[in-house]
Design a protein. Structure first.
Length: 159
């Protein structure tokens, strides 16, 4: 075995605020030889990223708690607890918590790398943080600027 096992106990893992959600990084590309990254996401009511596409990685989601609405190209999916969704490379997609209850997702990307964008643009949070501030216009501009370096295209609203 060339590397050590990665073990994150409940509450462990770097927490960052990204687009108003709380992301707890469970496994990075550095820990998986670049094969994948895994993130535990807490998505408050109204939370979720803008529509976007990935040119490098597939992204999958497992709804652990609550309900999330996924938009995949023209398809809208209301996903409750236990629902698994995989986004192929190049699909226009987003997710949003349209309910009045906080939701929780397990997100994986393969290959790894996207977690580095989250770490770059997100706001570091305390280890016990359960909430993140909503993004400012400067936060969104930083995300859009960084996205291109990670092979992500964010669909921005018309000006």
């Amino acid at each position: 075995m060339s590397r050590q096992a990665t073990i994150r106990r409940p509450g462990e893992g770097q927490r960052i605020g990204v687009v108003g959600d709380v992301y707890r990084v469970l496994a990075t590309g550095a820990e998986t030889d670049g094969k994948y990254a895994t993130i535990d996401a807490v998505v408050p009511p109204g939370g979720g990223p803008p529509p976007h596409t990935h040119s490098r990685e597939e992204e999958s989601f497992l709804v652990l708690e609550g309900e999330i609405v996924f938009q995949i190209d023209q398809q809208r999916i209301v996903a409750g607890e236990g629902t698994f969704v995989n986004m192929p490379i190049g699909s226009l997609h987003c997710f949003k918590n349209e309910s009045n209850r906080t939701a929780r997702l397990l997100i994986s990307v393969a290959p790894a790398g996207l977690e580095q964008m989250f770490l770059e643009v997100g706001h570091p949070l305390a280890d016990d943080a359960e909430n993140a501030s909503m993004p400012s216009e400067a936060d969104i501009a930083k995300l859009v600027e960084a996205a291109g370096r990670y092979g992500v295209t964010i669909q921005t609203p018309p000006q």
